[in-house]
Design a protein around this ligand. Structure first.
Ligand code: MN
Length: 295
């Protein structure tokens, strides 16, 4: 087993521990895309500001080919991270883009849009994640916008045995910190794709108030004092004295998403693809959609 000198690079005094391990729920969405809902509705308060995390991954075209035809969103942001495959999106405002291997699409739905997300391949592997990040009440009705970030434009933080794709927030700390492709005020999300070689360790400082979780998608990883298996989400405990999270690979390589953000602590009212603060706002969203006011 390769050894990486971690003692000399230990950064954290008190890494967070795992509060709970979660197994995702197999489901279908869109026009019949098979996926695993990792962050489910019942965890929206515990993991505020995050509303949902879906993991999709299949070599079978039948599992993904129908895609996600025209559908609306209002009140939050969707972050799609493609590990493998090609997906084209189009929206009611005339935006269009191709999301492919390793790229990220950061979409701010704001007051609303209608879009489609459709596979642009008829065979081969399709794998990735879609995360929903809530918007603060005052930003829920902002103009919708998109950012497509190709793989080569995503920053990386690297150390021996460690390669971190920095999607949002920052990786590392101090002079060695690497800023992510996206920075958001209010919720200050951190979204890292951490790749570890056997025996490697990665330590990430986190504000103690951030809600945080790790989703292991290759191999297995030690998170704090807990071994987290593949396709498990580890919810990290809130601990006012903790200074970050420590991920370590065992005898095999591991890949995991580390996601954290500052909770909004505002009411959450969700009806399908609309996430607002009150039932009245949801009623308004449905009415606006029916009346064709989503563009
Ligand atoms: Mn969508």
């Amino acid at each position: 087993m390769p050894s990486h000198d971690t003692a000399s690079t230990a950064l954290l005094q008190r890494p967070r521990q795992v509060e709970r391990l979660v197994t995702g729920r197999a489901t279908q969405d869109g026009a019949g895309v098979k996926l695993t809902r990792v962050l489910t509705h019942d965890l929206q308060h515990r993991l505020d500001p995050f509303l949902m995390l879906d993991a999709f991954g299949s070599d079978e075209a039948a599992d993904y080919i129908a895609g996600f035809p025209d559908h609306p969103h209002r009140g939050f942001e969707t972050v799609t991270y493609m590990i493998a495959g090609r997906m084209r999106h189009r929206d009611s405002a005339g935006h269009e883009g191709l999301l492919s291997n390793g790229g990220v699409q950061w979409m701010t739905a704001g007051r609303g849009l209608i879009h489609s997300e459709l596979p642009e391949q008829e065979e081969g592997r399709m794998e990735g994640f879609q995360l929903w990040l809530n918007l603060p009440a005052r930003d829920k009705m902002v103009d919708p916008s998109y950012r497509d970030i190709p793989a080569e434009a995503l920053p990386h933080w690297q150390a021996p045995g460690v390669d971190v794709t920095v999607i949002a927030g920052q990786a590392g700390s101090g002079d060695a910190a690497v800023a992510g492709a996206v920075q958001r005020p209010h919720t200050e999300p951190v979204y890292l794709d951490v790749h570890l070689e056997p025996g490697a360790v990665f330590e990430q400082p986190l504000p103690p108030g951030h809600h945080a979780f790790v989703y292991v998608y290759r191999g297995e990883a030690q998170v704090g004092g807990t071994l987290v298996a593949r396709q498990r989400m580890a919810i990290l405990a809130q601990d006012a004295a903790a200074d970050g999270v420590r991920l370590a690979a065992g005898d095999a390589p591991a890949k995991a998403l580390l996601i954290a953000g500052r909770p909004l602590r505002e009411p959450i009212a969700q009806y399908g693809p609309f996430v607002m603060n009150s039932h009245e706002q949801i009623f308004q969203a449905v009415e606006d959609f029916r009346a064709g006011r989503f563009g």
